[in-house]
Design a protein around this ligand. Structure first.
Ligand SMILES: Cc1ncc(COP(=O)(O)O)c(C=O)c1O
Length: 394
């Protein structure tokens, strides 16, 4: 018999994928250059030359069987050593290779993390607005996702709301900073306060609470902002990283799980991740990609176009009367819609060929997401469309 669970999911379409399909269909009619598709978070800048050069070099120099052979179960040792050294150097951590497991992006790391520190029936807490895939990541693993409502003034954590949602069934908390979709960077103060809160709740409930830090946008920062390293605030932290955005290589599927050794169980957890991998058939990513990414873990793609796009859109939207929290990083922005029903707003925007995602998808009705990982020219040409939309519809 076919799985009822997965069959039922087919009826729950992804709003983002549907919008992207709409943009695609419209592009067939009027040309891709005339559709302002702000729906998908697909990086639009090239990978650094150093990464591509390293892949070619590895292919040309290394023993071909070695390059294409199965990767060790936790990932290539030298790659894990380089990642640990980079994190220690940049964030003052104490990782060694035994604390790092290479994964297929942040998605793979999250699949491990959720299973490692929670059991079926447990609750996993996160904060709105949140990356919508947290729902399937947790629910298909038999866990329940519970969501703390957003603090819309700045999209930092609303600690009063957290106190109301927190309960003894919560075994893990997911944070995502810089955040998809708000672009907001959690301040040091927010992270210290969260660490104190979790420590107090561990004492109150008499069990551990793990922090899962989802950080694929860690390096994409604007206006000289710094992203405090989440794990440095709380020992029981599992950091889930992806090179998809920092190196602009989402299709290469490479990232890692880094377990803070200060938790006292990092080696155990890293080895347990390999057992999770056996259960879900995940396995490590291609060795050649692991090596190239680890060699480039201190470099990034050129993100300057994301900053220019952010400024162009932010300034225009504010001028047009939108309420919008200025993003500190990522390539997303999360303004308030000009009417209560964000889906209705996005439908109207689509008439002007602006393809936007309603905030309901991210747990915050009444808002919408703009993914501005596109060319500056396209963003500039979209400004007239934004002006028309507001003038004619609102
Ligand atoms: C917040 C967040 N977490 C996790 C992921 C998954 O990252 P990856 O595709 O690199 O596995 C994404 C991808 O867009 C994301 O935005």
């Amino acid at each position: 018999m076919l799985s009822q669970k997965y069959q039922a999911m087919l009826n729950k379409k992804s709003a983002i994928m549907e919008l992207s399909a709409l943009a695609h269909a419209r592009a067939q009619e009027i040309g891709e250059e005339n559709v302002f598709d702000f729906s998908l978070g697909n990086p639009s800048v090239p990978a650094p030359k150093a990464y591509n050069a390293r892949i070619i070099e590895l292919l040309q120099q290394a023993d071909i069987n070695h390059v294409h052979s199965y990767s060790p179960d936790m990932g290539v040792l030298e790659a894990r050593e380089k990642i640990a050294a980079s994190l220690n150097r940049r964030f003052g951590m104490q990782y060694d290779a035994g604390d790092i497991v290479i994964t297929a992006g942040a998605a793979g790391a999250l699949a491990y993390a959720i299973r490692l520190v929670t059991s079926p029936g447990d609750e996993v807490l996160t904060f709105a607005p949140f990356f919508p895939e947290y729902a399937p990541y947790t629910e298909l693993a038999g866990r329940r996702l519970c969501v703390v409502p957003a603090r819309c003034a700045d999209f930092q954590i609303d600690f009063d709301a957290l106190e109301r949602v927190m309960n003894a069934r919560v075994q893990a908390v997911i944070v995502n900073t810089p955040c998809n979709p708000s672009g907001v960077v959690y301040a040091e103060e927010t992270l210290s306060h969260l660490a104190e809160f979790l420590t107090a709740k561990e004492r109150e409930y008499g069990h551990e609470i793990w922090l899962i830090s989802d950080e694929p946008y860690r390096e994409i920062l604007f206006d000289g902002q710094k992203q405090p390293y989440v794990s440095a605030f709380y020992a029981r932290t599992l950091s889930c990283y992806s090179f998809s955005k920092s190196l602009s290589v989402p299709g290469d599927r490479v990232g890692y799980l880094a377990v803070n050794p200060a938790c006292g169980q990092s080696k155990l957890l890293a080895r347990m991740a390999v057992q999770v991998s056996r259960g879900i058939g995940h396995d490590s990513t291609a060795g050649i990609v692991q090596r190239a990414a680890a060699d480039c873990c201190d470099v990034t793609a050129d993100f300057s176009v994301y900053a220019r796009n952010m400024n162009l859109l932010y300034d225009e939207l504010v001028k047009l009367g939108f309420e919008v929290v200025r993003p500190g990083g990522t390539f997303y922005m999360f303004p308030r819609a000009m009417e209560r029903d964000a889906a209705a707003f996005c439908t109207k925007a689509a008439r002007y060929d602006l393809i936007l995602v309603p905030g309901d998808t991210f747990g915050v009705p009444g808002y919408f997401r703009i993914a501005y990982c596109t060319t500056e020219d396209k963003v500039r040409r979209s400004l007239e469309k934004w002006r028309e939309l507001v003038k004619k519809e609102y």
